[in-house]
Write a protein that binds this ligand. Structure first.
Ligand SMILES: [Zn+2]
Ligand SMILES: [Zn+2]
Length: 186
């Protein structure tokens, strides 16, 4: 006679012979209760996680700051591609892949100009982050050379202008810039 096949209990790990059904996963009623409790807990956890994710998504959807940042990311990426190979706008250093999108009028000063392509050019990390004021004294003359005195003056005249960007507008521009990036990447 062959020995009856033994199965390992999912809960306590002991070996048992199936007596109830071929689907039996546990050795005893006690372990069956423990198993169903564990399954219920896992299900609850999964539901809670899904709800949290949904709530976060809704919160982000209505968070203007989130969309402002998201658009800036796309615009900056576009600027880096547009200016690829060009020297630093502020000091003239030879182009490097680490160059960043650098604002002439800082984005914190003018919400109106923060996504304006005339106001953002590729520059070295040193000028963008470490030289006081984004190395503005080096930036201005090179910007004049690039876009003309008139445009630079226009930027300066509008440097304190405020614009309240609507979320719908930001989303629309994200699409526009993603398309522009795609075009340059091809
Ligand atoms: Zn068991
Ligand atoms: Zn520089």
């Amino acid at each position: 006679m062959t020995k009856p096949k033994e199965t390992k209990c999912k809960v306590c790990g002991c070996y048992f012979v199936k007596t109830i059904s071929s689907m039996q996963k546990v050795c005893s009623p006690k372990c069956a209760i423990a198993l169903s409790k564990e399954q219920a807990r896992k299900k609850r956890e999964k539901q809670e996680k899904a709800q949290l994710k949904e709530r976060k998504k809704k919160l982000l959807e209505n968070d203007r700051g989130h969309w402002l940042k998201a658009l800036q990311k796309e615009v900056n990426k576009f600027i880096r591609l547009r200016d690829k190979g060009q020297p630093c706008i502020a000091c003239g250093a030879v182009w490097k892949p680490s160059f960043q999108a650098s604002h002439f009028i800082p984005q914190g000063r003018s919400s109106f100009l923060r996504f304006d392509e005339r106001n953002i050019h590729s520059g070295c990390i040193r000028c963008n982050l470490f030289v006081g004021g984004g190395n503005i004294h080096g930036y201005r003359p090179r910007l004049v050379e690039k876009i003309g005195e008139q445009e630079v003056q226009w930027l300066e005249e509008n440097q304190h202008r405020i614009k309240k960007w609507e979320i719908s507008e930001l989303k629309e521009l994200i699409k526009v810039y993603r398309a522009k990036i795609k075009e340059l990447e091809e």
